[in-house]
Ligand binder design. Structure first.
Ligand SMILES: [Zn+2]
Length: 213
């Protein structure tokens, strides 16, 4: 019976069917039981390795708020809003590694190198798309786009570093692992709390800028 209560929810450990009442109870070997528990734990930790989008959006908003404030105060509130949307929109990009075969989760897409690559791609897109009468404004847009990309992916790394699984941001230069172990990635309270704090910060910054401006 101990086996049965242990195995509840992971498959029948003890076959206790009416037609088999007269037969001796068949127990699952302990090795099989521990294998099932291992699979369950492993699958749980796999799910747990991926933070909710809400958590990443919240941290992206928090990380972007100072940059957005500077851009808005410098006279481009529209640019600040677009930059914020791009920053939040790209903040879950690293987790596309779940869909890529042969790519380790929290591997190459969870590094500073990937953040710089995304920044460079955004800067290149801005260089092609933005055309202003002043070369200085052009350079400003390209630089701003680069920083938005780096902040967006960087915020993802920060959020993942809160979890026990952590990140290895300096791969391939260094394999050092960073984890603050504050919360599990799949913790809904932590995810919605981060989202709430991020939205709160964005609203606060927008209000202050509206009053100051
Ligand atoms: Zn991630």
């Amino acid at each position: 019976m101990v086996f049965r209560s242990l195995a509840d929810g992971i498959g029948p450990a003890v076959v206790d069917h009416p037609f088999r009442r007269r037969m001796p109870l068949r127990t699952v070997p302990v090795a099989e039981l521990s294998r099932q528990i291992y699979i369950r734990e492993r699958d749980h930790s796999y799910r747990d390795a991926r933070m909710y989008q809400t958590g990443h959006y919240g941290v992206a908003l928090l990380a972007y708020a100072p940059l957005g404030a500077v851009v808005a105060l410098a006279g481009s509130p529209g640019g600040a809003i677009v930059g914020g949307l791009v920053c939040v929109g790209l903040s879950t990009l690293p987790d596309f590694d779940h869909r890529l075969p042969m790519v380790e989760h929290r591997g190459p897409t969870h590094t500073v190198a990937f953040a710089l690559l995304v920044g460079a791609a955004l800067a290149a897109a801005a260089a092609i798309l933005v055309e202003s009468p002043s070369p200085l404004i052009d350079v400003g847009f390209v630089a701003f786009s680069f920083v938005v990309g780096v902040v967006s992916i960087g915020s993802h790394l920060l959020a993942d570093a809160l979890t026990p699984m952590g990140v290895r941001p300096f791969w391939p230069v260094s394999d050092r692992h960073y984890s603050l172990g504050v919360t599990h990635a799949g913790n809904p309270v932590a995810n919605y709390a981060l989202f709430g704090v991020g939205v709160g910060m964005a609203v606060l910054v927008a209000t202050v800028i509206t009053i100051v401006g």
